[in-house]
Design a protein around this ligand. Structure first.
Ligand code: SF4
Length: 436
């Protein structure tokens, strides 16, 4: 048996992390990763259910990968993650060649299911408890790593499938998180991004998220990020921790979703536009050079032109550094699915385009104002467009490209100070002025 696996990941940073954890578990069991599905005898697709488009792509990919199984019957095909959790047995109708359908917590037991000689295919979906994991995740980016602090969500935003496929919020123990971060530093990691569906509501034995940040700051890690934050749980204590803790980057991802109070209520977001603006003033007043990013949905059921205009007004007023913008996608099982999806697709697309155009202009203007200023960058690779340039992330979470000087030594994994020389809507270009 060749014991090689190939894994494809769709979706959010939590899925990326889950795939990294699974790679660690499989390696411990004697498997090795391959980038070519044709070389693997285990092919895994980690799926996302947040938008219909991601699900359609995953099914297409799985059916295409089925040919490896037809060519070699020893190949096992596994689907894991949110879509596996959502569809369960129904997945076998979409992709009849599947051997394993493992939900959002069962996926970590994949090697055990492979060893079991029971009936095939296997469908396992339990997600009530966090799995205890002993192996270290296998990270793609050695210098900047995701560390999950919680899994699941119980906010039930009306459009969101996550609480149904990942279950209620389960927090990891503070001691486990600290151990993982410290261990990462020993392997050369410089930055961690603490992730969870709503990191702001983290709790372990009386320790909240602000206290967790303080504890992580005491490790040898050099930079700390976190996402995603829910506005309703962004406390003053957390804002103060962000301003006081030097290692915490000046970046906040705070999904607004809509500028209309009527739509926010229908979305069950539990804040209104005034609450959001107050929060903004508070964070911007405390954290210098804050980079603010967000998520926005257009075309939610009942969104009239005036509601959409309110979103545009909020975006104009707040001036986000960047935004993930989507048109509403109805998800079966959510409460919004019961509402009439009454905004025609062409109107959704038109609104999305307008929003993207506006955000692009704002980002361009904001980035231009940074020319001549300095930024601290963690270099994590070469630029895709120009292999002679270094690429990294600033504390603001913006991508930075640094032309490689003739005498530059290997800067991979270094934190350098740069002077910003040029910008576009998504990227900063700079020259190194100091190495740390
Ligand atoms: S906070 Fe809302 S949008 Fe985010 S995962 Fe939970 S239910 Fe979904």
């Amino acid at each position: 048996m060749n014991n090689k696996f190939h894994i494809i990941t769709f979706g959010c940073q939590m899925n990326v992390y889950d795939s990294e954890v699974l790679k660690g578990i499989l390696s411990q069991k004697g498997y090795s990763a391959t980038s070519k599905p044709e070389d693997a005898n285990l092919i895994i697709v980690n799926t996302c259910s947040v938008r219909e488009h991601a699900e359609v792509r995953a099914i297409g990919r799985l059916n295409e990968l089925s040919r490896h199984k037809l060519e070699n019957p020893e190949v096992k095909l596994a689907v894991i993650g949110c879509m596996a959790q959502r569809l369960g047995e129904r997945f076998l109708k979409e992709v009849p060649t599947l051997d394993l359908v493992l939900g959002t917590e069962e996926l970590f037991k994949l090697p055990d299911y492979l060893e079991k000689k029971g009936k095939s295919p296997t469908v396992a979906l339990s997600f009530s408890e966090l799995q205890k994991i002993d192996s270290l995740p296998q990270r793609k980016n050695k210098f900047s790593s995701f560390v999950a602090i919680s899994r699941g969500c119980e906010n039930f935003c009306s459009y969101c499938i996550v609480p149904y496929v990942r279950g209620s919020e389960k927090n990891r123990k503070l001691s486990e998180i600290i151990k993982e971060v410290q261990c990462l530093t020993e392997y050369g990691c410089k930055e961690v991004a603490l992730i969870g569906q709503n990191v702001n509501s983290y709790k372990d034995n009386g320790c909240d998220f602000a206290e967790l940040l303080k504890e992580v700051s005491k490790t040898d890690i050099q930079r700390i990020r976190f996402m995603t934050s829910h506005p309703k749980d962004l406390s003053l204590k957390l804002i103060e921790a962000m301003s006081e803790l030097e290692k915490v980057c000046e970046h906040l991802h705070l999904p607004l979703q809509s500028g209309s109070d009527k739509i926010l209520e229908k979305m069950n977001r539990k804040y209104n536009s005034s609450d959001y603006l107050r929060l903004m003033d508070s964070v911007r007043g405390k954290v210098d050079n804050l980079s603010l990013t967000t998520d926005l949905i257009v075309g939610f059921p009942g969104e009239k032109e005036e509601d959409f205009q309110k979103t545009l007004e909020m975006v104009q007023r707040i001036e986000f550094d960047s935004a993930f913008m989507f048109k509403y996608s109805p998800r079966e099982g959510t409460t919004a699915f019961l509402l009439k999806d009454d905004v025609p697709n062409e109107v959704k697309l038109e609104r999305l385009q307008m929003l993207i155009e506006l955000q692009k202009k704002i980002a361009q203007k904001k980035n231009k104002s940074l020319i001549g200023k300095t930024e601290e960058v963690l270099i994590d690779g070469k630029s895709k467009r120009d292999k002679s340039s270094w690429k990294g992330k600033g504390r603001s979470n913006k991508t930075v490209i640094i032309p490689k000087g003739e005498k530059d030594e290997n800067l991979l994994g270094e934190i350098v100070k740069i002077k910003i020389a040029d910008t576009d809507s998504f990227t900063l270009f700079g020259e190194i002025i100091k190495k740390r």
